[in-house]
Design a protein around this ligand. Structure first.
Ligand SMILES: *Cc1c(COP(=O)(O)O)cnc(C)c1O
Length: 462
């Protein structure tokens, strides 16, 4: 046996368990971390066990313990022990998941997980899929398929001719995540192509506004309609059913950003929010967020497999063709790649359909309770109650400087180490985001977080 492997497993397990009680926030400054980690590169190698032990000790004070149940920042998810264990096997097996020929079991596992996910998330059976690093690259993959498809339909083979001189693609969006902007930039679709479509007070695209925007150009004009399943601040869902019909009658492609929101489709109680979503043309989501598998794990789905394949595949003389299998290199932006569907395979079997639904519903319930109970504290104001697992609050100042007080309270919470919430600017106000996406979050974490907010409010004065 290799003792360094056992040592790492023991240290990792200890760390995982310590998250239950320990501090959430960073303790060390950049200089302190450099003093610990910036060692001289040795001429002679250091024994493995010492390297692993020191790595653990030196890095620990600079770990943001976002996998803990009392972390409510961004949308970061956690990890289950099952997914972590499968990830260890993935690393140890060291398979290159580029093609069947270099990793047969992995290619089959990806087929299986792709089918499971389409079923679980209510997506069309014929859709193709790609396991990528995150939702960012899922957008790139899906929108590359969109670009290929829309331009091919208009007689422009983009793989051959590129974008210069092509029919200009336009993009219609409501609430959107910045990663969509960058995905389009990678694909030669700049911000000038984007029309912002009006949203209502719930952050949802207004169908009349979308109809008007679509009508501004004739159907020959290649158009991508970009919708959100669960926006970052409020968890709002666009009206997929009506907008997909509308977009398709104009020959447009509908892409859905469902980084975390797509997972409501796994819950019988919540899936009505995503009603009509299967009518879209492509979807992007993350498994490292709400499914709680380790980084990096995003998934793209495309309702037009041929466009997806043509946008992604590359010929190579040294490819080993095997009949009747799916070579991932034909569907992904990468060549050599991690077998990142393996933790998904394990997580989905471990949760089962009911387990995924339970976790998603539990996160939503905890988010609702957190927002409710924080909102009841003196000086707190609820700005957005969770539609799913995201809510917004702020803290009012007797002198009128609500922004400063909100920032001060958030700072107090983070510095306490007891819980973690992040700030953002929303509708011109500083606000605190409340986000729950970790299977570990329980009643006790909610109670501790509320007590922490109460203490920070008192400490920040009025
Ligand atoms: C997190 C997120 C993304 C980006 O996903 P990555 O996995 O970080 O690439 C895109 N859209 C939304 C709505 C998100 O929450």
């Amino acid at each position: 046996m290799h003792p360094e492997l056992e040592l790492a497993a023991r240290l990792a397990a200890e760390y995982y368990d310590s998250l239950e009680q320990g501090r959430i926030s960073l303790e060390a400054s950049p200089d302190e971390l450099r003093a610990r980690l910036a060692k001289d590169l040795p001429l002679e190698g250091i024994p493995a066990e010492q390297v692993i032990r020191e790595l653990h000790e030196d890095a620990l004070p600079g770990l943001l313990n976002s996998a803990a149940g009392r972390f409510f920042g961004w949308v970061i998810g956690g990890t289950t022990p099952t997914a972590i264990a499968a990830d260890w096997l993935t690393t140890t097996w060291d398979q290159n998941a580029a093609a069947y020929a270099c990793a047969p079991s992995v290619a089959i596992i990806e087929e299986v997980v792709g089918e499971w996910l389409k079923d679980l998330l209510g997506l069309p059976e014929q859709a193709s899929y790609a396991f990528v690093t995150g939702c960012q690259m899922a957008h790139v993959t899906a929108l590359a398929a969109a670009r290929h498809h829309l331009l091919a339909e208009r007689g422009w083979p983009v793989g051959e001719k590129g974008m210069a001189g092509s029919p200009p693609i336009r993009v219609l969006v409501g609430e959107h995540h910045e990663t969509l902007l960058r995905a389009r930039r990678y694909l030669g679709i700049g911000t000038a192509a984007v029309t912002q479509v009006a949203i209502d007070e719930n952050g949802v695209v207004m169908p009349e506004a979308m109809a008007a925007a679509l009508a501004e150009a004739p159907p020959e004009h290649p158009t991508i309609v970009s919708l959100a399943a669960g926006d970052l601040n409020r968890g709002a869902f666009d009206p997929f059913d009506v907008i997909c019909d509308m977009a398709h009658s104009h020959g447009a492609w509908v892409h859905v950003d469902g980084a975390f929101g797509l997972w409501v489709a796994a819950s019988p109680r919540l899936r009505h929010l995503a009603s009509g979503i299967a009518k879209a043309d492509s979807w992007a989501t993350d498994a490292h967020k709400w499914l709680n598998v380790p980084y990096d794990s995003g998934v793209a789905f495309v309702a037009h497999p041929e466009a997806h394949r043509q946008a992604m595949s590359i010929p190579a003389a040294y490819k080993v063709e095997v009949e009747d299998v799916r070579d991932q290199v034909d569907w992904n932006p990468e060549w050599s790649r991690r077998a990142r569907a393996i933790p998904l395979y394990a997580a989905l079997r471990n949760f089962g359909r009911r387990g995924v639904a339970d976790m998603v519903e539990r996160c939503c319930d905890h988010a609702a309770e957190l927002v409710q109970r924080i909102g009841e504290l003196p000086g707190a104001e609820v700005l957005s109650r969770p539609v799913i697992n995201q809510g917004l609050v702020r803290f009012l100042d007797a002198g009128g400087d609500h922004d400063a007080r909100t920032d001060a309270v958030i700072r107090g919470i983070v510095e306490s180490g007891e819980a973690w919430f992040g700030p953002t600017t929303w509708n011109g106000m500083r606000v605190m985001r409340v986000s729950v996406s970790n299977h570990r979050t329980g009643e006790e974490d909610v109670a501790r977080a509320v007590a922490t907010v109460r203490a920070a409010l008192e400490q920040a004065g009025r």
